[in-house]
Design a protein around this ligand. Sequence first.
Ligand code: ZN
Length: 239
Amino acid sequence: MILENITMPLFEEGLKKTKSVIIPFGAIEEHGAHLPLGTDIIHMYEISKKASELYTVFVAPPVYFGMCRSTVHHPGTISIKGDTFRALVRDIITSLYNHGLRNFVLISGHAGGTHMSSILETADAMMEELPEMKASVLSILNLGLASWDGLVENLKDSHAGEVETSVMMHLRPEHVIGSAPDEYPSFPPNILVRDKRRFWPGGVWGTPSLASREKGEKLFNASARGLVKLVKDLEMWEG
Ligand SMILES: [Zn+2]
């Protein structure tokens, strides 16, 4: 049940079948020279929609904006401040909880550490306030570790590389412009830098050269199945 497509009565009917909702998070962020800026949210929303075809669960509208630290200087990235982001997460959860939803899968196609910490911090605080709230917080990479077994060749791949390029070749081939060189960022350990692009010029973390459309389709379907399993696990969770 895709929230943005259903009516008020269908929402009420749906609540009789499930109290679970997937909230897909992402970012508008550079993804190398070859993938669209919306890669994270396109990826995450499509997986969430696929999961809802396989299992009865609500899918909230995608949260397009997130916190992008290391790519904030790369052209096209839109990053919002932590206070704005946490308030947004809080308001969305509060609203859905007030309508009767109880199990919240907060899953993000963007895996930045600050971004994920903000979702985690907010969900944790809200669990204290909302007695019946259950939550799962994770990025697509965490989900992948459990469900991409044997499909990914480069296990260090994380951004605009093998995985995301493959999935976008499957989901949005018309928006993938060729490929990009393999790359890893070279940020100095433990020191913050002002000019972030200098240490990560191409904005790729991994190996786009290993991508294929066939691999993308398999990764996508495995992710959707992994997400369904997670929703079921959360529903069964007691505590
Ligand atoms: Zn990404």
